[in-house]
Design a protein around this ligand. Structure first.
Ligand code: SIN
Length: 390
């Protein structure tokens, strides 16, 4: 429920957004039908990176927060105010995101950079490295207090966890998205952005790892996952819950992430231009080895097996998995259930077969940790320790 003081602000933001978008919408309506065709979300052309931001404090009593924009629905636009699917992600530039929320000026000095402009299903390893390097460069500047990254929600949790592993600073980093495009009735982006900036500028957020913020809920990057295709309440932290909430421009924390992160990890991306290939193989009844073998033939150094239940592997698939492990491919057993730990030597003979287990990480996050782990070692025991630690 929004409190009354926000209502005029939200109306102002909507009006501003619609005014800004009218020429775009007019030209679209001449060339395109009103009802958007099948592809739900398209990618706009990637822009060149903007130059480094140098925050120039306008108000010395406010924190300096840098907004790194990467696209997504939070920067998306639809043909009408009721277009909540079938819109175009990643169309608004960072300047529009900032100017749509004039209230940001009350809580931080904001500068913005357009790092990427993509729908997040198109995020690549190169994109992750680009964001991570920029985050580290900026946070090394004493005048920068925190960073907000606007991102599509589809892979937002992956980028957030990657940053949780490679950011070399205790300063707050908040990854924020929206489920409704900027042109929609009740667009959630503006308030999500406001809340994210409030966290990024807050001393209470220091040293707690990378956060995800949507729907007023603050989550730890390691724990949170998108659980619903369209709901505003899509980001859930399953068994372990949220860290806290943001209300009236202030974060309230109730718990701390325990798993090591940021400055307490050995992962350095400064000189990396690529990461070892790791692919995810999904478990299901009647599994056959074709997909596993194709991934290995394609160059995978590691496989995250998103197994059924407690990471179980079927008898039809198991010989190929064991053979791959014996050849030096790292096999990480994970679960497709979305919650709970995969227990070492529980459903499979992990010690005997040289497998590792991914604890309670989702397969998509286990993939990122395995890629980073493989930059340091290919020893299954050392990799297992990483999964037990981060
Ligand atoms: C995307 O992930 O870029 C599109 C979907 C969204 O942001 O909600």
């Amino acid at each position: 429920m929004r409190k009354k003081p926000f209502v005029p602000a939200v109306l102002a933001v909507l009006t501003l957004s619609i005014l800004m978008l009218m020429p775009m919408m007019a030209s679209r309506s001449q060339s395109a039908p009103q009802v958007a065709p099948a592809p739900a979300i398209a990618q706009s052309p990637a822009p060149a990176s903007t130059p480094a931001a140098s925050p120039s404090p306008l108000n010395a009593s406010l924190p300096n927060v840098v907004l790194l924009a990467t696209g997504g629905t939070i920067a998306g636009t639809g043909a009408t105010s009721t277009t909540t699917v079938g819109y175009q992600a990643a169309t608004l530039p960072v300047e529009s995101l900032i100017s749509a929320v004039p209230e940001l000026k009350n809580i931080a000095n904001i500068t913005g950079e357009q790092v990427l402009q993509i729908a997040s299903e198109n995020m690549t390893v190169e994109g992750l490295l680009k964001i991570a390097k920029r985050v580290n460069e900026l946070l090394a500047q004493p005048e920068v207090n925190g960073i907000v990254i606007t991102h599509g929600t589809d892979t937002l949790e992956e980028t957030a966890y990657f940053l949780n592993l490679v950011t070399k600073s205790e300063k707050p980093v908040v990854v924020v998205g929206a489920m409704r495009p900027a042109t929609a009735l009740s667009a959630d982006g503006p308030l999500n952005l406001y809340n994210a900036v409030a966290i990024a500028g807050s001393p209470e957020a220091i040293g707690k790892g990378v956060f995800v913020l949507l729907n007023d809920q603050i989550s730890a990057a390691r724990e949170v996952t998108k659980t619903n295709t369209t709901s505003l309440n899509t980001f859930q932290a399953h068994d372990v819950g949220y860290l806290g909430y943001v209300q009236l421009g202030k974060p309230y924390f109730y718990r701390l992430p325990i798993r090591k992160h940021t400055v307490a990890t050995p992962f350095e991306v400064g000189t990396l231009t690529a990461l070892p290939q790791v692919d995810i193989i999904y478990g299901y009844g009647s599994n056959r080895p074709a997909m596993l073998n194709a991934a290995i033939a394609d160059g995978a150094k590691g496989i995250v097996y998103a197994g059924v239940g407690n990471g179980s592997i079927s008898v039809q698939l198991e010989p190929a998995v064991i053979a791959a492990s014996k050849k030096g491919i790292i096999i990480a057993r994970s679960s497709r259930t979305g919650a709970g730990r995969v227990v070492r030597n529980g459903e499979e003979k992990d010690d005997e077969n040289g497998f590792i287990v991914t604890d309670n990480l989702t397969p998509q996050k286990a993939r990122l940790l395995l890629m980073l782990g493989l930059t340091l070692t290919s020893d299954p025991q050392e990799l297992q320790e990483m999964f037990d630690t981060y």
